[in-house]
Design a protein around this ligand. Structure first.
Ligand SMILES: [Zn+2]
Length: 373
């Protein structure tokens, strides 16, 4: 049923529309046109203004039979750099970029599959329930579009985010929480040769703290990283300022909080030891989720895959996606594997077969959802 040529054509067209984070205007306009042609009630929210971007989230509603649950299908419109002037090429059943940019299959695969699935439903008069499509902005820079989306837009039964690598049939049912932290360590500047006794060396404080930190995979469910260190002015000045930036991710809330405290305590203790000061700030980027493997949404996805002979791979993600925000707002949402490979690199590619399969999979989920009303 899938119109392979049409699917590839739309994919090739969309990746060539420049749409890095906060610059999704052209993409939003093109998709609005496409969704309207399909008969959707389309609107754009005002997220663009609030995040200094050129476009907001696109929301399209398609009415359907009340014998089915309400489904939300979602993908993001933005992409990472180098993501401008993309020239896709087809080689050995793969689509890839010419090599100087990413491909932007992350997340154009998601967008294209959802649109092609809607086309097939319409052309073939396939019965379905109420469907809502959400194409978000600024996912790659901290899930900003999803965070700014009015939570009332997520009133539905099940959510499907199309945004993880791995073959079609991959289901992310668990993802961690993530926080980022920033520690500004203040010492006191002094001449390194004349009066070093009057100085307080902020680099020394920072290194004492870092040497005592648990970093890397600190327990089975938790990872910690210091990613940035900045400080010092010149070799003849005792450094008075160092800034540390890092992150913590965990699948268990209590472990996340314990690590947070651990980092703060160690930095504060090191600062106190050398009579410096520290300002420690922490910000939650998103909260984690776990969906029961026996829950309706997981069974719906797994059964839809099985009926197509697609092997199911349950995956615990190490990172966040719009699915974290949707779950946090109360909508049970899985993140589906799209077949994207080597994302966020100039080697990014996708097997054409995966594009086609994802459309078939989507149609099947929509059809089978009736059993999970
Ligand atoms: Zn993505």
């Amino acid at each position: 049923m899938v119109n392979r040529d049409r699917l590839i054509k739309l994919f090739m067209e969309l990746v060539q529309i420049d749409s890095v984070s906060r610059e999704e205007r052209l993409m939003a306009d093109r998709l609005t046109e496409e969704l309207k042609t399909l008969g959707g009630k389309v609107r754009e929210d005002n997220t663009g203004e609030r995040i200094q971007g050129s476009a907001g989230n696109l929301i399209a509603e398609f009415s359907g039979s009340s014998n089915y649950p309400v489904l939300i299908l979602s993908a993001h419109m933005d992409r990472v750099e180098p993501g401008r002037g993309i020239k896709p090429v087809i080689r050995d059943n793969y689509i890839m970029s010419e090599g100087n940019t990413i491909l932007a299959g992350d997340d154009v695969i998601g967008i294209t599959s959802i649109i092609e699935a809607l086309k097939i439903l319409k052309e073939n008069g396939i019965a379905h329930g109420p469907l809502k499509v959400i194409f978000s902005v600024a996912e790659e820079v901290g899930l900003l579009g999803a965070k700014e989306l009015d939570p009332s837009e997520l009133k539905a039964d099940y959510g499907f985010v199309y945004d993880v690598d791995g073959d079609v049939g991959t289901i992310v049912y668990q993802a961690p929480s993530q926080v980022k932290f920033n520690a500004v360590i203040r010492g006191r500047a002094a001449h390194a040769g004349m009066n070093p006794e009057e100085g307080i060396n902020a680099i020394k404080i920072a290194s004492k703290a870092i040497s005592e930190m648990k970093l890397g995979r600190v327990d089975e469910e938790t990872t910690v990283n210091i990613g940035v260190i900045k400080g010092g002015r010149a070799i003849n000045i005792v450094p008075d300022l160092v800034e540390l930036e890092g992150e913590i991710r965990s699948h268990r809330e209590e472990n996340l909080l314990r690590q947070q405290e651990h980092m703060q305590t160690i930095i504060e203790r090191a600062a106190a030891k050398y009579h410096g000061q520290v300002n420690f700030e922490i910000e939650r980027l998103y909260s984690g989720f776990v969906l029961d493997r026996e829950s309706d949404i997981i069974r719906l996805v797994a059964n839809s895959a099985a009926r197509l002979g697609i092997p199911v791979k349950y995956m615990v993600s190490g990172g966040g996606s719009d699915a974290n925000i949707f779950n946090q707002r109360g909508l049970p949402t899985v993140n589906l594997g799209t077949g994207m490979e080597k994302v966020h690199s100039t080697d990014e590619r996708v097997k054409i077969e995966n594009l086609v399969r994802l459309v078939e999979f989507t149609i099947n989920i929509i059809k089978n959802s009736k059993e999970y009303k």
